[in-house]
Every structure is written in structure tokens, then in C-alpha cells.
Design a protein around this ligand. Structure first.
Ligand SMILES: NC(=O)c1ccc[n+]([C@@H]2O[C@H](COP(=O)([O-])OP(=O)(O)OC[C@H]3O[C@@H](n4cnc5c(N)ncnc54)[C@H](OP(=O)(O)O)[C@@H]3O)[C@@H](O)[C@H]2O)c1
Length: 339
């Protein structure tokens, strides 16, 4: 069989970099001979990524739809990790794959924020795409719009779409560029700025988490199963959840308070209840909806479909709790560097 060609976007990013390094490390006989094309924006990124199995291609960005379509048409698989919010790039990549005469696979990166406005009962539904349609009809959201466009663009074609929907992601990435995502470090920085960690009054946000290397392992398992020709997997498509556990935001901020007061960097271990408007000002440039989606939702997305593929997260609650401490130390360091 000809060498499988995979196109990856976002290889310099947190998720994409970790996905690429995990794929390159995979010993699966379906994956170890794959050659990858990675789309990057700068020469120095290309210089760092190039290898015997990785061919970087410099492009102007996700708005170069003509290039995305053409390059995708030259690959068997596209893994899009650059953005879950950029609908036009997802469409263009799928349009490229649609030009191929054989079956091809499109693996998309989305996020559970898309479901933050759903009820807990809704999340037990089997058809998450339908749930996204219902939510979208009530209140449009761009990352959700992209998922829906992905599914409608592959309909009736030989392109099979698989959407990976991570919850909050944590841990050090293994790619050569972006190593972390800022969420917890930003919370710690905010606590340092105000002398006390804060949570949103009268809200009890509970959301999932997954370590970035466990998330990347799901892309590897999924690709392996697709290339193995597993009809059940390729035909089912759809959405894959990958929560390895859940955290309560209030407890997470309490831990920041504990870590900070233990080292005398915060005035108190006691956390402060603030209004949602104040939280939006402090954490999200005044965007109340973003804060509501990120910190006030209560949900647990169960990774049953990922587990059916054989995916098993290796990191657990201890790693998550240790990450809060690591993020606090990183915030402290960046505060000291800013002085
Ligand atoms: N991080 C999380 O906690 C999280 C959680 C759930 C879902 N997600 C989803 O995952 C996506 C990626 O997250 P991430 O944390 O990996 O992001 P990231 O670390 O910021 O990486 C983004 C990657 O995409 C590239 N990129 C972004 N915009 C681009 C554009 N307009 N043109 C070309 N390349 C572009 C960046 O290239 P440069 O290096 O050139 O900037 C980088 O390689 C998010 O958009 C979201 O939908 C993320």
C-alpha cells in the first residue's frame, strides 16, 4: 500500500504539537511509516519541524482557503488542530478531501464549551450533533457552528469526519513550540494580583479535564483504528469526548488559595466570592457569556466512544491537582519577570 499522507494544521500549537510528537512516537505499523505535511506560518517554525517524516509547508494562514483545499486534496487524512472556531478553513480542507477518489478521513478539533449551555440530561443523549443543532438554533456559537458545518460538508461524500471534543486541557505539551494553555496560570496570576483567589458567587461550575498527552493519544488511537480499516469506527464518525475526570471551579480556586498562602504569596487561603460581572472584567475582557460557558456550566462528558476505540487516559486527579501548583509557580515566575 502507498505510504499514507497526513496533513496536520496547528503543529506549532499546544494540541497540534503534542499530537504530532505523539504520532511520530507511535510504533503502530499503521502509523510509523506515515509522512506528515504540516502547515506553518513562519520559516523558523518550518526549520524546527522538518525531518525525514515531516514536511513543513509555509502558508499565510487559515484564510488561504484555495491553498487549504489544494493541499488537502493531496492527502489521505487531514487533522485540523489549529482552531475549532474557523469554519471556512474546516470547509476548505474537507472540500479538498472530497476531490479524492478514495475514502479519506477528516479529524477535527472542537471543545466542550459547545455544550456548556446544555442541561445535564441533554448530555446523556446519543446524538450530540443533534444537540449541537438545537443549542445553535437557540444561541449561535462559532466553535459549534464549525462542528455543524463539518458534518454537513462531509454528508454524502467519501470523507469521514471525526470530531474530538476536549474539555479543559492541562499539562505540558510535547510539541516544540506552545507547551501550555493559559487557563489555570491566568487564574493564579489573577489571585496574585488581588492577593486572594476568587470564584463566582452562587455558581457551582463543574467541568471535565484531560491531560494534553492523553488527548493526543486519542488522535493516535483513532487514526490507528481508521487506518486499520475498522468499518465500524470509520462509518460511525461523529463526536468523541475525552474527559479523564472533573473539577469544581470553586475547589480549584481553593487549591490556588492554599498553594499561594502556604508560600505567603497570597494574603489568605480563603477564596473570595465575586459577581459574574466582576469575573468577566477580571478574566475575560468583560465577556460575560465566555465566563458563563467556561466557569459556570455543570457537566461531565463521558468518553464512552473513545474508550470503545481502546483509549485509556493515563493521567488522573493527582496529576490535575499537581498541575494547579505548577501553574501557580509559573504565574509567580512570570510576575517576578515582569517586575
Ligand atoms: N487549549 C485548550 O484548553 C482547548 C480546550 C478545548 C478545545 N480547544 C480547541 O483547540 C483549538 C486549538 O487549541 P490550542 O490550545 O492548541 O491552540 P494554540 O496553542 O494557540 O495553537 C494554535 C495553532 O494553530 C495555529 N493557528 C491559529 N490560528 C491560525 C491562523 N489564523 N492561521 C494559521 N495558523 C493558525 C497556530 O500557529 P502559530 O504558531 O503560527 O500561531 C498554532 O499552531 C482551539 O481553537 C479550540 O477550538 C482548546
Amino acid at each position: 500500500m502507498a505510504r499514507v499522507k497526513v496533513l496536520l494544521t496547528g503543529a506549532t500549537g499546544y494540541i497540534g504539537g503534542t499530537v504530532l510528537s505523539s504520532l511520530l512516537a507511535s510504533q503502530s505499523h499503521h502509523i510509523r511509516d506515515i509522512s506528515f505535511t504540516v502547515l506553518v506560518r513562519r520559516q523558523e517554525q518550518a526549520d524546527k519541524l522538518v525531518s525525514s517524516r515531516v514536511t513543513p509547508l509555509i502558508f499565510s494562514g487559515l484564510d488561504d482557503l484555495e491553498l487549504l483545499e489544494r493541499v488537502a486534496s493531496e492527502h489521505d487524512v487531514v487533522i485540523h488542530t489549529a482552531s475549532g472556531f474557523h469554519t471556512a478553513s474546516a470547509e476548505a480542507l474537507i472540500a479538498g478531501l472530497r476531490k479524492r477518489s478514495a475514502d479519506s478521513y477528516y479529524i477535527h478539533t472542537s471543545g466542550t464549551w459547545n455544550l456548556s449551555e446544555a442541561s445535564l440530561a441533554d448530555l446523556d443523549k446519543d446524538d450530540i450533533i443533534k444537540l449541537e443543532e438545537e443549542l445553535q438554533a437557540q444561541r449561535p456559537f462559532s466553535q459549534r457552528a464549525t462542528d455543524l458545518r463539518v458534518m454537513s460538508t462531509v454528508a454524502g461524500s467519501r470523507v469521514k469526519a471525526h470530531i474530538i471534543m476536549p474539555p479543559d486541557i492541562y499539562g505540558y505539551g510535547t510539541g516544540p513550540f506552545a507547551k501550555t494553555t493559559p487557563q489555570i496560570e491566568d487564574m493564579a496570576r489573577d489571585a496574585l494580583k488581588h492577593g486572594q483567589a476568587a470564584y463566582i458567587r452562587n455558581e457551582d461550575g463543574i467541568v471535565g479535564y484531560v491531560h494534553v498527552t492523553d488527548l493526543a493519544a486519542l488522535y493516535v488511537v483513532l487514526l490507528d483504528r481508521l487506518l486499520d480499516g475498522d468499518e465500524g469506527v470509520s462509518a460511525s464518525g461523529g463526536i468523541y469526548f475525552c474527559s479523564a475526570g472533573t473539577h469544581r471551579w470553586q475547589e480549584t480556586t481553593e487549591r490556588i488559595g492554599e498553594v499561594g498562602s502556604r508560600s505567603s504569596h497570597l494574603i489568605s487561603a480563603v477564596t473570595k466570592a465575586i459577581s459574574i460581572d466582576e469575573a468577566a472584567e477580571r478574566w475575560s475582557g468583560g465577556n460575560v457569556r465566555d465566563v458563563r460557558m467556561g466557569y459556570c456550566s455543570r457537566f461531565n462528558t463521558k468518553p464512552d466512544k473513545a474508550m470503545d476505540l481502546g483509549w485509556r487516559p493515563r493521567k488522573d486527579q493527582r496529576d490535575w491537582l499537581a498541575w494547579i501548583e505548577t501553574s501557580f509557580q509559573a504565574a509567580l515566575k512570570s510576575q517576578e519577570n515582569d517586575k
